[in-house]
Design a protein around this ligand. Structure first.
Ligand code: ADP
Ligand code: MG
Length: 643
């Protein structure tokens, strides 16, 4: 049984597996599979065949990933489908290709997701995998996968600049401390915008020369777009290219043809690239760093082949960008590298180190890892050697004293009961005075961090933040205690669970955070008022378990796992939901409607700010009312536009 890695992309997906090193598995002869699905003559086509039909058929679904975590429904040939259904079709196509090549069943996979995905999007991805017959070994953050592919060049801080077809993700990864330090980006910025600039030029020429106006005709634009994309890709290699389209539109033959130089093209896309660079700088600022702190910029995503994008990045960061990996394949290959953790097979003797800590001033460091059960483990490279033995599960732990000269290269050697030996290395910085940094044998895996807080809603609109944004996964947290009234009879406690950025415990949480589900707890009678404790556990695949218990009786009284079936999609917080509707609705929303929704969103934000200063109960009520109004508006708009 083999494990595979899948980059389930918005525009393209990539499939890879580990054979010694990571290797891409071609799907229908190509290393990337367009994330498009078409319905033709009673069957679904996935990939290039579907992408090519986009301009001529209405039954083509592009980029279902964009709608993961939403209630969007598609109607195809009288039947209803969800984004999960289409993502599952893409994953099935990957599974099939892998099984053909490997000649054995494939049942589990590492699948990548954007680092900023919320819990609804995470759960939808998990559902799609299950629907495709794949067990999710791990849902891995895309920038973490990409940095695994690039490997360590001895740098401490890298910027993963991932510009795909329609999305830009900028992530600062601290490879020394093995964690994500800052996130930024734009969900509506990418190669499609470049294509659209060329399409605009084509439309202009068509109008001037032939009097055909298709600038606002989506189907016509789609046909022009495929030619524009070819021209764009040519310009990544050549200094100029021919842009041409000949075909029928509205029954009329139309023809556009012109020469586009790279300089002209760079000028056309300048403001888009300006914005992309700004996003990268914002991610760096969020990490509390400046561009000087970034040791290397890693190029990820097809749009980073664009020479102008590369030039602007090196200019902004004052250094050459890294071209060590293929940007289109880096995420998929990284997913394959991380199947290593899944393919743990007790018959292979090796050592995996899992410990991670900030040890700027600690004189000892705890090494944790896994190897063959019963192995003798010896660690050298610190101030003094340390020895330990792996337990029945192969887990081991040892406290190692560190030398104070900055970098400690800890060499861990495990000797199995059979006499076989295996080694691993970990690099630990004791203080910041390191001048020379040795290269590790293998880049340590980077931990993913939570993009949002996990909160619990308590009575009267109060919330408790239990696991904080930025925590390293897996993580867990316990609440302060909450009072629970006396109840003479058995009772049912309802505890709503939220996800979001807003953690002020006096702010009405409803409009600002996403409702993920409700924890129902059957409680025994409590003759006296009691203290209630709550905890969250988030595991590596971002599954969440919530528990609550009475302080004076710690036998657990309530437990719930939040998964796809518990999460309520309509609960998405209103600020994010407004932005999504405005972006996806685009020109289909009337300007006056756009202005109205925008005003309500702003009013909500302003009210929250005023409330923070005033703490007035009136304002609290106003927030709740404005939130309800906005929600009604959004619901109507989503239905009308089929978002
Ligand atoms: P996603 O992560 O959104 O699935 P990809 O990383 O696959 O996206 O990137 C797709 C984008 O890259 C498309 O807009 C495509 O036109 C663009 N692209 C692919 N090759 C090149 C190239 N050589 N030069 C410029 N853009 C390219
Ligand atoms: Mg991608």
């Amino acid at each position: 049984m083999a494990d595979i890695g899948i980059d389930l992309g918005t525009t393209n997906s990539v499939l890879a597996f580990l054979r010694g090193g990571p290797e891409v598995i071609n799907i229908k002869g190509k290393p990337t599979l367009p994330s498009a699905i078409a319905y033709e003559e009673g069957e679904f086509l996935v990939g290039n065949a579907a992408k090519n039909l986009a301009a001529s058929s209405d039954d083509v679904i592009i980029s279902p990933k964009r709608h993961m975590g939403t209630d969007k429904k598609y109607t195809v040939s009288g039947k209803t489908y969800t984004p999960v259904d289409f993502s599952a079709m893409i994953l099935e196509e990957c599974k099939k290709a892998a099984e053909e090549l490997l000649g054995e069943p494939v049942t589990s996979a590492v699948i990548t997701i954007p680092a900023h995905f919320n819990q609804e999007q995470v759960e939808d991805t998990r559902k799609a995998a299950e629907q495709a017959g794949l067990k999710v070994g791990k849902l891995l953050a895309e920038p973490v996968a990409a940095s695994a592919t690039y490997g360590s060049g001895g740098e401490d801080v890298v910027l993963v600049f991932d510009m795909g077809g329609g999305t830009l993700d900028c992530t600062v990864v601290d490879t020394f401390d093995a964690k994500i330090a800052g996130l930024g980006g734009d969900n509506w910025l990418g190669g499609d915008d470049f294509d659209n600039r060329i399409v605009d030029r084509m439309c202009k020429i068509l109008k001037e020369e032939q009097g055909i106006d298709v600038a606002n005709d989506e189907k016509a634009r789609l046909r022009l777009k495929s030619k524009a994309e070819v021209a764009k890709i040519n310009l990544s290699e050549a200094n100029s290219t021919q842009v041409e389209y000949i075909g029928k539109m509205d029954g009329k033959l139309c023809q556009v043809e012109f020469r586009l130089t790279r300089n002209e093209y760079n000028e056309m896309i300048k403001d888009i690239v300006d914005r992309a660079i700004q996003c990268a700088e914002e991610a760096v600022a969020k990490a509390g760093m400046t561009t000087n702190d970034i040791d290397v910029v890693l190029l990820v995503g097809g749009s980073t082949y664009t020479p102008y994008v590369q030039d602007r990045l090196s200019e902004a960061f004052g250094k050459e960008v890294s071209k060590k990996a293929d940007p289109m394949l880096a995420v998929g290959l990284g997913a394959a590298i991380c199947t290593r953790d899944l393919a743990w097979d007790d018959s292979t003797h090796r050592v995996m180190l899992r410990s991670r800590a900030e040890v700027w001033s600690e004189p000892t460091y705890t090494v944790r890892g896994r190897t063959t059960a019963g192995s003798k483990v010896s660690i050298t490279g610190g101030a003094a050697p340390a020895d330990t033995t792996a337990d029945d599960n192969g887990q081991f732990t040892a406290d190692v004293p560190l030398s104070e000269n900055g970098v400690n290269d800890l060499n861990v050697e495990a000797t199995a009961p059979s006499g076989e030996t295996a080694k691993a290395m970990q690099r630990i910085r004791h203080d910041s005075g390191a001048e020379q940094v040795a290269e590790p044998d293998e880049a340590p895996p980077i931990d993913a961090t939570l993009p949002r807080n996990y909160l619990i809603g308590l009575m009267d609109d109060h919330i408790a933040c239990i696991v904080q944004e930025g925590a390293t996964i897996p993580t867990s947290g316990e609440s302060d205690q909450f009072s629970c009234q006396a109840n003479p009879l058995p009772f049912k406690l309802q505890i709503p669970v939220y996800e979001g950025h807003f953690t002020r415990n006096d702010l009405p949480y409803g409009p600002f955070n996403t409702h993920m589900g409700t924890l129902f707890v059957n409680c025994p009678p409590t003759p006296e008022p009691t203290q209630l404790m709550l905890s969250f556990e988030v595991d590596e695949s971002r599954a969440i378990r919530v528990r609550c218990w009475f302080k004076n009786d710690p036998s657990v009284v309530g437990e719930a796992t939040l998964d796809g079936s518990t999460i309520t999609k309509e609960g998405t917080h209103l600020i994010g939901r407004t932005e999504r509707v405005l972006n996806q609705g685009g020109d289909r929303i009337r300007p006056d409607e756009k202005a109205r929704i925008g005003r309500k969103k702003q009013a909500l934000i302003d009210l929250a700010e005023q409330f923070a200063a005033s703490n007035s109960n009136d304002q609290r009520q106003q927030i709740i009312q404005t939130g309800k109004d906005l929600q009604d508006d959004l619901r109507a708009m989503e239905q009308k536009l089929n978002l």
